[in-house]
Design a protein around this ligand. Structure first.
Ligand code: SF4
Ligand code: F3S
Length: 106
């Protein structure tokens, strides 16, 4: 499965959802997650993210391991998203800021 990680928080560009053939992205207030049971590992979304926030599960950086469980947990709670929308208003300013997990809204 693929995993959405830290740099999506407060950016949420949503380019990723447009290319997903199985529509397995789920949307929270300022972050997206991938449902690990639905992702078919096609890898199409990874290069689409302007924030480079998407990784294959076995390539998630050490300091972002907690996002693997977060994707699983939140994908069961949040609604499905299948179409691109505008990024969050301050996306450019937050793109590249590290350790945004404290800002993740549920
Ligand atoms: Fe969707 Fe493919 Fe990305 Fe999985 S790897 S979330 S199936 S686009
Ligand atoms: Fe997030 Fe990147 Fe998608 S910022 S919403 S994972 S395009």
């Amino acid at each position: 499965t693929f995993v959405v990680t830290d740099n999506c928080v407060k950016c949420k560009y949503t380019d990723c959802v447009e290319v997903c053939p199985v529509d397995c992205f789920y949307e929270g207030p300022n972050f997206l997650v991938i449902h690990p049971d639905e992702c078919i590992d096609c890898a199409l979304c990874e290069p689409e993210c302007p924030a480079e926030a998407i990784y294959a599960e076995d390539e998630v950086p050490d300091d972002m391991q907690e996002y693997i469980e977060l994707n699983q947990e939140l994908a069961d709670i949040w609604p499905n998203i299948t179409e691109k929308k505008d990024p969050l208003p301050d996306a450019e300013e937050w793109d590249g800021v590290e350790n945004k997990i404290e800002h993740l809204e549920r």
